[in-house]
Structures are given as C-alpha cells and as structure tokens.
Design a binder for this molecule. Structure first.
Ligand code: ADP
Length: 396
C-alpha cells in the first residue's frame, strides 16, 4: 500500500486528491481557491466529513502548506513521508510528451518552454510542482499531460492549413485537451464492447470546457479542441471553432485589440455570449423553458455543434461502436443528452431508452439492444488516471 497524491494546480487554485494505491481508495480530496487573495477558500473532504474555511492564501506555496497541515491535523497521514509520489496534471505537453513522464529537470524545462502555448496553465503547474517539491523533496514526481493521449493523431488530423513555416517554426498545430479524461473513458467503455475486435469510440467530455474525441483501438485519431482549449464545440464561455475572419472583422468593428477579442472569445462567448443569461447550462435551460428566445437558440446551437462533431467522427472512424457522455453536462444534464441524442438518432440508427436517460452522475447504458451504436454515460475521473500513472512510475 502506498499513498499517492494527484495535484491539479491552476492559476488561482490548487485541487488535490490523495489515494491509497493500488486500491485506488480516496483518502481525502480538496481545493484551495482564490489563491492570491486575503479571502481565499480552503476546503477538504475526508472520511465522510468536510470542512471549508475562508483565510488568506497569498501563493501556491501557502496552499501546499495548508494541504499538508490539514492532512496531518485530520490524521489522514501521520507523517508526510507516507506520501510516496505526487502526480501533477499538466495541460500542455506540446510535441514532447505522448505519455506521462517523470517530473525531472528535463521535463520541467520542456514544460517551461511550452508556456507560450498555454500561458496560464503551464505556468501555474510549475508553481504547484515547485511548491510541492519544497515540502516533499524526495518523492517521485510525475507529470501527466492533457495533450499526451492526442499525440497519436495523424498529420492530416493535427496540421492546420497555414504556411508550413508557421507550423514548423512555432509548433502551431492541433494538440487537443482533456486527454486524460478521454483515455479514462475509452478504457472504461471497453466493458460495453465484448468481442469487438477494433473498438471505435466517440467520447464526449461535455462540461464548462467541452471536447469530443474519436478513438480507434484505444488510440485517439481525432479531437475537437485545437491549438488551445478554445477550439471545437461551443462551450460555457468559449466560442469553439469559428471562421478565422471573425477575429479580424470584429476587431475592426469594435476597435478592440486581438488580445481583447481573444479574451472575449474565451470568457464571454459560448452559452454566456449567445444566451446572455449565464455560462451555466442549468441556468440557460431554465431560462429557455421560461420562454427566453436567446437561451433557446444557444441550446440549439450547442446541440447542433456537438451533433456535427459526432457525425464527423462517425465518418472518421468508419462507423462507431460506442458513444460516451461524460463531465458536468454529459453526466448530469438529462435535457442536453436528450437533445443531442434526438439530433443524431436518425442518421446513426440509434435506439434510445429515454427512461434510462433520466440519470445524473451515474454510469448508465442509454441505448436499447437494437441500437446500431451503444450509448452510455460514464462519470470521468481524471485524478485516478493521474494516480495510476504516478504509482506506475513509483513502482519502477
Ligand atoms: P469544468 O470541469 O470544465 O469546469 P464541469 O465538468 O464541472 O466543468 O461542468 C460544468 C457544467 O456542468 C455546467 O454547465 C453545469 O450546468 C453542468 N452541470 C453540473 N451539474 C449539473 C446538474 N446536476 N444538472 C445539469 N447540469 C449540470
């Protein structure tokens, strides 16, 4: 038995989950939010109990200290040396990483060199890594990349049709995101495909951030997010794919800079922008049901973009054996799943049990036996994937 920590450090947050491995038992989990503020929030759950407090957390180093103090105080560990390894989620692994890697000096330097491709994320991951390393200097550290699973794409799936010079000089290409989740889902999905020799899976990770991935024989062949997590389907506040001239046109119309417009595409678009109600699908659905036309349009737009990608990947995979729904909306929104399934059913020959679809946050089979493609809900678990990869390095 060994205790392994999975860490997800964001620009102003630090999420953590401690596992007993190889049992994959969760010992505690928590989150430091609003790091950098006097009124930051620290929360932890353990053994059926939970605690949340507001206090100053001025940097990530302090957040890590709080994690350690809380775990010792609650008796989750008696000594920090019980933690044998720490796995860190890294958003951007660029062209360097097609699997998880030991977090040594070389890995650290490569993650640093990739900061231009994920400015907020990679910088924050390094801050988190360094803060943990200070407190636990001798443990195995592992970097688990969101992009790694997508490195198996072929050049015609990841190359943008821009001048070759830009592709090569600036490594400007599709990297995708949510790879750890899509990998987990595709592995979990296999149990629905006994005897299928070359499983073809369309995995829909639909939360505030959302991406769809086509997986063949356990490998990603195509994914909807692009250079950054802004691309692909419409999301809570992000546009997803746009005609690139929209940027140029709107900058000219509004007098805003490219950077300002880029922020608007990231933070004020998607559900938020189209509905003008909220970035949260629950609020948007409620407004639509109350007759709000903008909210209704935003839902139709969201549904159709997802259906478009599922159709595209059905062709890319030469058919499909399994469609998986996951993440905040995919796991919980009965309405969104129903909308999407109704949109794709005629073309794909699905047969759906809409009573079985009335499920939230639980694994479920939604398709009937006569459906041409099986459809399931599988709650995602990125942290357990991080813990698994990290534990594997520790055992080596
Ligand atoms: P992220 O991890 O990308 O921040 P999540 O996966 O947590 O996002 O997904 C957030 C989305 O999930 C929100 O749009 C929210 O409305 C939706 N969601 C969460 N819980 C529910 C629920 N019980 N019913 C319907 N939608 C939900």
């Amino acid at each position: 038995m060994a205790k392994v920590m999975a860490v997800n450090a964001g620009s102003s947050s630090l999420k953590f989950k401690l596992f007993e491995m190889p049992e994959e038992k969760v010992l505690c989990s928590g989150n430091a939010e609003r790091i950098g503020h006097e009124d930051a929030i620290f929360g932890m759950k353990w053994n059926g109990e939970s605690e949340k407090k507001v206090l100053p957390i001025l940097d990530h180093a302090r957040a890590v200290e709080l994690v350690v103090e809380a775990m010792l105080e609650k008796g989750i560990v008696k000594d920090m040396n019980e933690i044998v390894a720490v796995g860190h989620r890294i958003v951007q692994g660029g062209k360097y990483f097609s699997k998880s890697e030991l977090f040594n000096e070389d890995t650290e330097a490569k993650i640093e060199s990739l900061i231009p491709l994920a400015p907020l994320h990679n910088k924050a991951h390094l801050v988190g890594f360094r803060a943990f390393k200070k407190i636990l200097p001798n443990v195995t550290n592992v970097a688990v990349f969101d992009t790694a699973f997508h490195q198996s794409m072929e050049p015609e799936d990841y190359t943008f049709p821009i001048p070759k010079e830009f592709t090569e000089k600036y490594d400007c290409r599709r990297y995708g995101a949510h790879g750890t989740s899509h990998k987990y889902l595709s592995e979990m999905g296999l149990k629905y495909l006994p005897g299928v020799e070359h499983p073809r899976i369309i995995s829909c990770h639909i939360g505030s951030g959302a991406s769809i991935t086509a997986i063949k024989d356990g490998k990603c062949v195509a994914t909807s997010m692009g250079l950054t997590p802004l691309g692909g389907i419409m999301m809570g506040t992000r546009t997803g794919d746009l005609d690139p001239s929209v940027m140029n046109y709107l900058c000219k119309c509004t007098g805003k800079s490219v950077e300002e417009m880029y922020q608007i595409f990231n933070k004020q678009s998607g559900f938020q922008g189209v509905s003008t109600v909220s970035n949260d699908s629950r609020d948007v659905i409620a407004a639509a049901e109350a007759g709000n036309k903008d909210a209704q349009l935003s839902i139709r737009l969201f549904t159709r973009r997802i259906a478009d990608f599922i159709g595209q990947y059905y062709v890319r995979l030469g058919g499909a054996d399994l469609i998986i729904f996951s993440a905040g909306i995919g796991e919980n929104s009965i309405e969104s799943r129903e909308d999407i399934l109704k949109e794709i059913t005629p073309a794909l020959g699905l047969s759906i049990d809409y009573e079985a679809n009335k499920v939230r946050g639980k694994e479920a089979l939604l398709s009937k036996p006569d459906s041409k493609i099986k459809v399931v809900v599988i709650p995602t678990d990125e942290e357990v994937m991080i813990a698994r990869d990290t534990f594997a390095f520790y055992k080596k």
